[in-house]
Design a protein around this ligand. Structure first.
Ligand code: XMP
Length: 320
């Protein structure tokens, strides 16, 4: 039974000091490794780990090609300013190859998970000589796994490592007593910039969760550009989450006096407390018009922009 530390009860100075001690004591003179995604959990665990281990911790950022514009460089840049080196691993080819021809949402997610753990990160862990894996698991992840909402995470099995055979592997999960609000406070106390500790949620499968149909380099480029526009224009609306979705169906449009069988972008902007239920944000129509105009101008090939007005449930926040 994991003992929860609520955000209200959390004493960050004490918590950080304790976790740093625990990590040091566990790793000793060994080597630890962790994967940074740029989300608040993995960013906070990266800070804690480096505080405890310094150069004994190797942090990798896996560029899967499914990220937002400039994301790996941006996240690595934040950490560099804090004196932490992040290794960016270019695995775009591996992910695109794994996703080729897949249109089923669950299969798409599975291909991404398998590629991440078995092909890319599993390989790096085995080659690194690290016997300690630092993970940003939080209490909500444990609850959701127990409730059957998330797939059972046996991380070593996912990495293709048999702990029985490869004796000595150990997982360190310093945030496991916290929930998201507690992690944000800890991240802030550790000196993470607001852009990292106060980020809106972003799904593990990244932009692939926002492409209906096959994920290709070309389709990623379209949704990535549209995402940049949507995030730029909706970032100060205090919404829970906002995104651009690329549809599979094409529609006829007109461009330069010619018929153009073009692409459709759907914009979603959600009000929500915990992502379990959500309602569309009542954005002013005039803002929606400006948003559409910017997407049509800045994203080549798009001829239609829609705004989602359905609630979750029965909708979900992401489209895939
Ligand atoms: P849905 O689409 O299920 O999303 O309504 C609920 C919340 O979870 C995020 N989400 C994910 N987060 N891995 C994640 O870490 C995933 O596979 C994933 N899928 C959805 C989503 O962005 C929303 O905040």
């Amino acid at each position: 039974m994991i003992k929860e530390i609520t955000a209200k009860k959390l004493n960050t100075t004490k918590f950080i000091a304790e976790k740093v001690q625990e990590i040091k004591a566990t790793v000793g003179k060994g080597i630890a490794i962790n994967a940074l995604s740029g989300g608040v959990d993995s960013s906070t665990v990266t800070m804690l780990g480096h505080m405890a281990l310094g150069k004994q911790l190797r942090t990798v950022f896996i560029q899967n090609g499914l990220m937002r514009e400039g994301e790996p460089e941006k996240v690595a840049g934040f950490f560099q300013k804090l004196g932490i080196e992040i290794e960016i691993i270019d695995a775009q080819k591996e992910f695109l190859t794994a996703l080729k021809g897949i249109t089923d949402p669950e299969k798409k997610r599975e291909a991404i998970t398998q590629t991440f753990y078995k092909k890319v990160f599993g390989h790096i862990v085995k080659q690194s000589g690290a016997k300690f894996l630092l993970q940003g698991t939080i209490l909500t992840d444990v609850d959701e796994t127990l409730a059957g909402i998330k797939r059972q995470h046996n991380v070593f099995a996912q990495l293709g490592i048999d702990p029985q055979k490869a004796f000595g592997y150990q997982i360190i999960e310093p945030l496991i007593q916290l929930r998201k609000d507690g992690v944000r406070i800890t991240g802030k106390a550790l000196g993470l910039p607001e852009e990292l500790f106060a980020r809106i949620p972003f799904p593990g499968p990244a932009l692939a969760a926002r492409i209906i149909g096959e994920v290709t380099a070309e389709r990623l480029a379209v949704v990535r550009k549209a995402t940049t526009v949507v995030e730029r224009m909706l970032c100060n609306k205090k919404a829970f989450q906002y995104m651009a979705i690329l549809h599979e169906d094409r529609v006829t449009g007109m461009r330069n006096g010619k018929r153009d069988f073009g692409q459709q972008i759907e914009v979603r902007c959600w009000d929500s407390i915990d992502a379990r239920t959500a309602t569309p944000t009542k954005l002013p129509f005039e803002l929606l018009e400006r948003l559409a105009a910017s997407i049509l101008k800045e994203v080549p090939g798009v001829v239609s922009v829609t705004y989602n007005i359905a609630t979750k449930p029965p909708s979900t926040i992401e489209a895939v």
